[in-house]
Design a protein around this ligand. Structure first.
Ligand SMILES: *Cc1c(COP(=O)(O)O)cnc(C)c1O
Length: 423
């Protein structure tokens, strides 16, 4: 697409945007005087759909009016509440309904999935992560290693960018697996890196991991609702993500789980159990020996918080109405516009570390600014622009196709340019 560096052009793109109406379906944060913020942190906490309140009210009403009968008699019976969500979520991540469920929260799910897919032996026990893994994932993995009696200093293998580079190269992963694959039990990789915004080739990672019989798991916290990971086709063994980032389901909301169908019917996989991954048909007989459910539901433990599920339903209904194809198409145009404008700034202080190829990134652009400190982030917020600061020198800026406009992107980069020139 040929971009132009003008406000008029940005406005024209908004006019031609068939998804522009969606912005009005979200609450846009405002200051105390009612002025809207330009919100570029949907990668951290997605905005609230205006319908969320109605969905929550429905469950509050059903609880008030029906009490425990709501499990069966609610408008959306609580017992089966997650099933509709699994179908919609499966479409978002490119999976079959049996492969997906919504349960627990992300870090908890990483642990539960490692119970099943990290089965170390004396000789095959290492876990590989990317060097810039999200802290929670690193802590989870290190604690799993220790739990099994291994020393992370020796058994945690890192896939690092080369010296002087910030992005990961797939050929370096290939090399590590060739050299150490026989000792590595599990690859647990952030499919879309939270810091650089790099979207990795999941299918290649799965092929490389499987070539040495390693299990391959993907953290999709920054991918779900952002890019199209085609999880079933990618052949990764499992994945987990949260629903409060691009999936707009509210702070601390529940997580998504993907179990590839090749494992869906394997009841022998080690796992932790609770009544919610026991066979639905006999769950309430209460006396049956544990009979694990097939598919991703086999990793549920507790009966889920319906109020959180209701917020997820409000959001997924919007995703379902629009579809990831259209969202992704707009996303590529919107983020491309931001990148184009940033390149127009004549300053050697700015370095975009996110991949240039739209197929290797999602919405997020990570901008490294020479000699910058958190002050820059503060100045942006004085102009009503919310971005996300990462030490030591990176601003993450995320135009989200659901609710950000081309005009906002233009305004943001104009302010950013001013700040770059005044320093
Ligand atoms: C956001 C995020 C988390 C957060 O985990 P919670 O358990 O939901 O607090 C973990 N890992 C990654 C990669 C994330 O982006």
């Amino acid at each position: 697409m040929q971009y132009q560096n003008s406000l008029a052009f940005a406005k024209q793109l908004d006019q031609e945007d068939s998804l522009a109406f969606l912005r009005n379906e979200f609450h846009i944060p405002r200051d105390t005087k009612g002025k809207e913020w330009s919100y570029f942190t949907g990668n951290s906490l997605g905005l609230q759909p205006k319908t969320t309140q109605k969905y929550l009210q429905q469950e509050l009403d059903d609880w008030a009016n029906l009490g425990v009968e709501g499990h069966f008699e609610a408008k959306n019976p609580w017992l089966h509440y997650h099933e509709d969500l699994s179908v919609k979520m499966a479409k978002i991540v490119g999976a079959k309904p049996i492969e997906v469920t919504i349960a627990n929260t992300l870090t908890v799910n990483l642990h539960l999935l490692m119970v099943s897919f990290y089965q170390p032996t004396k000789t095959k026990y290492k876990i590989l992560i990317e060097s810039d893994a999200f802290p929670s994932d690193r802590y989870a993995v290190e604690s799993q290693l220790k739990f099994h009696g291994f020393d992370p200093a020796e058994s945690l293998v890192e896939w690092k960018p080369r010296n002087g580079e910030t992005l990961l190269r797939i050929e370096d992963l290939e090399q590590i697996i060739q050299n150490q694959g026989d000792e590595i039990a599990l690859l647990l990789i952030g499919g879309l890196n939270y810091y650089t915004g790099q979207f990795l080739d999941l299918k290649k990672i799965a092929t490389i991991g499987h070539s040495k019989n390693c299990f391959v798991g993907i953290d999709l916290a920054h991918g779900a609702g952002n890019i199209q990971p085609n999880l079933n086709d990618s052949n990764v063994d499992f994945a987990a993500w949260c629903t409060y980032k691009y999936l707009n389901s509210g702070p601390g909301s529940l997580g998504g789980i993907f179990i590839h169908e090749k494992h869906a019917y394997n009841k022998d996989l080690p796992r932790f159990a609770g009544w919610w991954n026991h066979n639905k048909k006999t769950r309430f007989n209460m006396r049956e020996p544990f009979d694990v459910m097939e598919g991703a539901e086999g990793w549920q433990l507790s009966n889920p918080p319906i109020l959180s599920m209701a917020a997820i339903k409000a959001s997924l209904d919007i995703f379902d109405k629009i579809g990831m194809d259209l969202l992704r198409e707009k996303s590529i145009r919107l983020t491309g516009f931001m990148e184009f404008l940033l390149h127009q700034i004549d300053s050697d202080k700015i370095n975009i570390i996110t991949p240039k190829n739209p197929l290797e990134r999602g919405c997020q652009i990570s901008i490294q600014v020479k000699n910058a400190d958190k002050d820059l982030h503060k100045k942006l917020s004085q102009h009503h622009i919310i971005t996300d600061w990462r030490e030591p020198d990176v601003i993450r800026c995320t135009p989200v196709p659901m609710y950000n406009s081309f005009e906002e992107v233009y305004e943001m980069v104009s302010v950013f340019k001013e700040l770059m020139n005044e320093e």
